[in-house]
Design a protein around this ligand. Structure first.
Ligand SMILES: Cc1ncc(COP(=O)(O)O)c(C=O)c1O
Length: 462
C-alpha cells in the first residue's frame, strides 16, 4: 500500500473538464439589469474576451495551453495521499484519500486558476489585474501568478482578514502586488460603505465591488478584474485536481470513490475535485458528493436558490445561485474563504438537480477535526480545509459503525501556516460558534423578490 500516489509530469491532464456540457438541464444564464441574459460584449470591460468565451463555453473538454502547464509543473501533478494514520486513529475500515493542494507555492488550490487567468489576460494585452481576497489565499495566488507573467496586481483584502492575517499581505507584497484593506477610501463603493458603516469588518461582496470598480474605471483600459471562485471559467481551471485524482485512484487500485468531499466558499476547490466524478454520477455511478460550508454562512444548506448580484454594490450581473443576499455581512469566523454570500452557479444547479448533498458545520467542530488531523497526519490545514476534514471524519466513523469498506476522497485545499491565530483562539477557548438567526436570514434575503426569479425545476427542464 502506497502512502502517496504520484503522477509523472508527462501524465498531467492536458484538458480541463466542463460540467456545463453534461448537466441534465442547461445552466441558467447570468442576467443584466434589464432582466435579459448578458451578452459577451457587456462583460468585456471586466474580463478579457478569451475568458468570457470560456465562461459561456458548453464544450465538454477545453485544452490547457502549454504555457500554463509549464508554470503549473512547479508543483503539479499534485500528490494524492492516503490518510493511513487518521484511518488507524479512527479504527475505520474506510480508505481515506486526499488530494494535496497545499503544495503550490502560495499554499492552496487557488493558483490553478490564478495562473490560467493571468495567462489569458496577458495574451489579450492586459497589463494589470485587480481582485478581492478573503483569507488572503486568493490574493497571494494571483500576486504569485502575476509576478510570473509580468502583470501588475492590486488586491482588496476584506478588513477582518487584513487585520487577522498580516503575513498573507506580506506574501502578496513579496510577489510585487499592492494590497489594501477593504472597504478602502480608494473607490466610490468603498468610501460609501465606510461613510455608512465605519467599523464594518468588510465582506467579499464589498471587496468585489471595489476591485471591479477599479478595473472598469482605469482610463488606459489595460486593467481587468480577476475572480478567485464562483464563475464557470474558474471552476473549469480547477478540474485539473479531480482529473489528476481519477488517474491516481486508478493507480492505487481503486475504482471510483464512494464519497467525495470538499469545503465550499465560492465552490472552486470543491468543484475542481468533484466535477470529474459528477460526470460519472450523471452516468449512473453511486457516489455521495458533499460540499461543506460553515453554519455561520449557510449558503447551500439554508439560503434560497435565486437570482442575485455577486457583489454588494450590485455591479455584477445577476447569477442564479443559492444566496444569503448581496448585502449579507458574515460574522468574522476564521475560515475567511468560506464567508461569501453566494455560491458558484454550476455547483448550485447541480445541488438543485440532486447531484450533491451539502452540509454545514460549526467552526469549533472543524478546529477540533483540524487538531485530530495535525496529530495524526501531521500537517496543519487551512481553517477552510478543516470543514472538509470534519465531514471526512464523520463519514469514516459512519463507515466503521456500518462495517463498510468505503473509499472516501477529499480535497486538502490548503495549509494553515498563515492562519494560526484561529488555532490560537480555539486552543485558548476563545472561539465562539455562530448560527445565523432565521430572522436575519429572512431580512437579508427579502429583497431577492424584487429581482428576476430563478425558475424552479420542473420535470427535468428549467
Ligand atoms: C484553503 C482554501 N480552501 C477553500 C477556500 C474556499 O474557496 P473555494 O470554495 O472557491 O474553493 C479558500 C478560499 O479562500 C481557501 O483559501
Amino acid at each position: 500500500m502506497e502512502h502517496k500516489i504520484l503522477l509523472r509530469e508527462s501524465d498531467i491532464p492536458r484538458q480541463w473538464y466542463n460540467l456545463a456540457a453534461d448537466l441534465p438541464t442547461p445552466l441558467l444564464p447570468p442576467l443584466g439589469p434589464d432582466g435579459k441574459p448578458v451578452t459577451p460584449d457587456m462583460l468585456a470591460p471586466v474580463f478579457p474576451m478569451n475568458l468570457i468565451e470560456q465562461e459561456v463555453c458548453t464544450q465538454r473538454w477545453v485544452d490547457i495551453p502549454e504555457d500554463v502547464l509549464n508554470i503549473l509543473y512547479r508543483w503539479r501533478p499534485a500528490p494524492l495521499r492516503r490518510a493511513v494514520y487518521l484511518e488507524k486513529h479512527l479504527k475505520t475500515p474506510a480508505r481515506i484519500y486526499y488530494k494535496d493542494e497545499s503544495t503550490s507555492p502560495p499554499g492552496s488550490h487557488k493558483p490553478n486558476t490564478a495562473v490560467a487567468q493571468a495567462y489569458y489576460n496577458k495574451v489579450a494585452g492586459i497589463t494589470r489585474l485587480t481582485t478581492e481576497t478573503g483569507a488572503g489565499q486568493w490574493g497571494s495566488a494571483l500576486a504569485f501568478a502575476c509576478s510570473l507573467l509580468g502583470l501588475e496586481c492590486k488586491v482588496y483584502m476584506v478588513r477582518i482578514s487584513f487585520d487577522q492575517k498580516p503575513f498573507r499581505k506580506l506574501m502578496m507584497q513579496v510577489w510585487g502586488a499592492r494590497c489594501v484593506a477593504s472597504p478602502s477610501s480608494e473607490t466610490n463603493a468603498g468610501r460609501k460603505i465606510l461613510a455608512e458603516m465605519p467599523d464594518t469588518p468588510g465582506s467579499l461582496g464589498i471587496a468585489i465591488s471595489e476591485a471591479i470598480e477599479a478595473a472598469v474605471t482605469d482610463p488606459t483600459r489595460k486593467t481587468r478584474y480577476s475572480l478567485g471562485s464562483v464563475l464557470n471559467h474558474v471552476l473549469l481551471h480547477q478540474t485539473i485536481i479531480g482529473l489528476e485524482a481519477k488517474k491516481q485512484l486508478e493507480m492505487a487500485g481503486e475504482k471510483l470513490p464512494d464519497i467525495v468531499i470538499g469545503c465550499a466558499g465560492g465552490g472552486s476547490n470543491f468543484a475542481g475535485l468533484a466535477f470529474p466524478f459528477t460526470a460519472d454520477k450523471i452516468n449512473g455511478a453511486q457516489i455521495d458528493i458533499i460540499p461543506v460550508e460553515p453554519e455561520a454562512c449557510p449558503t447551500m444548506t439554508r439560503a434560497p436558490f435565486a437570482y442575485d448580484h455577486g457583489d454588494t454594490a450590485c455591479m455584477t450581473p445577476l447569477l442564479a445561485m443559492h444566496t444569503l443576499g448581496h448585502a449579507f455581512v458574515p460574522p468574522p469566523i476564521h475560515a475567511g474563504g468560506l464567508r461569501y454570500h453566494g455560491m458558484a452557479p454550476l455547483v448550485c444547479q447541480a445541488i438543485v438537480e440532486g447531484l450533491f448533498t451539502p452540509r454545514a458545520y460549526h467552526q469549533s467542530k472543524c478546529y477540533e477535526s483540524a487538531l485530530t488531523w495535525a496529530k495524526t497526519e501531521g500537517t496543519i490545514c487551512a481553517p477552510e480545509t478543516s470543514h472538509a476534514i470534519a465531514a471526512t471524519i464523520d463519514e469514516a466513523i459512519k463507515a466503521r459503525e456500518e462495517g463498510k469498506e468505503k473509499v472516501i476522497l477529499f480535497n486538502y485545499s490548503g495549509h494553515g501556516l498563515m492562519d494560526l491565530s484561529g488555532y490560537d483562539k480555539f486552543m485558548s477557548g476563545q472561539l465562539t460558534d455562530y448560527e445565523l438567526p432565521e430572522d436575519m436570514l429572512q431580512r437579508y434575503t427579502k429583497d431577492l423578490d424584487k429581482l428576476p426569479k430563478a425558475p424552479m425545476r420542473k420535470s427535468g427542464r428549467w
